[in-house]
Write a protein that binds this ligand. Structure first.
Ligand SMILES: C[S@@+](CC[C@H](N)C(=O)[O-])C[C@H]1O[C@@H](n2cnc3c(N)ncnc32)[C@H](O)[C@@H]1O
Length: 245
């Protein structure tokens, strides 16, 4: 159902990005990559504020912080998180941003998508420069070694099963649960529990009942607040279940 480009010398396929009304769009999932109201503000509101990152990143003793994301997409969430991290976190602390993406976007499509955000150009340029290396090597260092980006390619639940990282915060993205039920399954939430540090937080744009119930069953305290743009509500919370060292 997805269109692939098989011309690139990579060890996995990449998907072709569709466009609708000047915004990245997935014809296969019939959903947008980010809010048509304003993707950048949506990321700040849903994922950065939803995980309380401004406060947490201003702790002077902070040495490292791991975000795990489902659905890397255009990297907009990544770049917004990096912008905040570089502004607030101690200079010697390292952000490890770990994302899972089943259908990675081609470099030229990614470049077009990120050109929508001129305010992020200084950050997106070095990221784009290393994007193919990321797809090949799965991990790159950026921004004077203050950020490590790791990309697991494949289905979120399957990749969490082989992942070693444990998160301080979750960016639970992905197309809408009604349009992508294969990703938003109970096994995903159980896998999240296994990869959560004590009190790890999560935030997601959706308030779907199945997602709320799945997170609660997996050991997360779930709260609702007003959603971004046209969305009435979103979910955020923290892990209260099984504990890791
Ligand atoms: C709404 S977009 C994410 C936007 C992205 N976070 C950004 O900053 O641009 C949803 C992403 O989830 C990916 N996706 C869909 N199903 C998936 C799955 N089962 N596992 C991992 N990623 C998946 C899609 O390919 C798409 O890139």
């Amino acid at each position: 159902m997805l269109a692939y480009n098989n011309n690139r010398p990579l060890n996995q396929n990449t998907t072709t990005l569709d466009w609708r009304d000047g915004q990245p769009y997935s014809a296969a999932f019939q959903d947008v990559y980010f809010s048509s109201d304003n993707g950048l503000l949506e990321t700040e509101y849903v994922f950065l504020q939803g995980n309380d990152l401004s406060i947490r990143w201003q702790q002077p003793a902070l040495k490292n912080f791991t975000i795990i994301e489902t659905g890397f997409g255009t990297g907009l969430n990544f770049l917004c998180a990096v912008k905040l991290w570089l502004a607030l976190a101690p200079k010697d602390a390292i952000l490890h941003f770990v994302s899972v993406e089943k259908f990675p976007i081609r470099l030229n499509d990614l470049s077009s998508a990120l050109s929508l955000w001129p305010d992020l150009a200084v950050l997106s340029a070095p990221f784009l420069h290393q994007y193919d290396a990321l797809l090949e090597n799965k991990s790159i260092d950026l921004y004077d070694q203050r950020v490590q980006l790791s990309l697991y390619i494949g289905d979120a639940t399957e990749q969490l099963a082989v992942m070693t990282e444990v998160g301080d915060a979750w960016f639970l993205d992905g197309f809408a649960p009604a349009k992508n039920p294969e990703m938003w399954r109970a096994e995903l939430f159980s896998a999240m529990a296994k990869h959560s540090k004590p009190n790890a937080t999560f935030a997601t744009f959706t308030s779907a009942g199945d997602v709320r119930r799945g997170l609660i069953s997996a050991g997360f305290k779930v709260n609702k607040r007003t959603g971004f743009g046209k969305k009435r509500e979103m979910l955020y919370g923290h892990f209260i279940g099984m504990q890791h060292d």
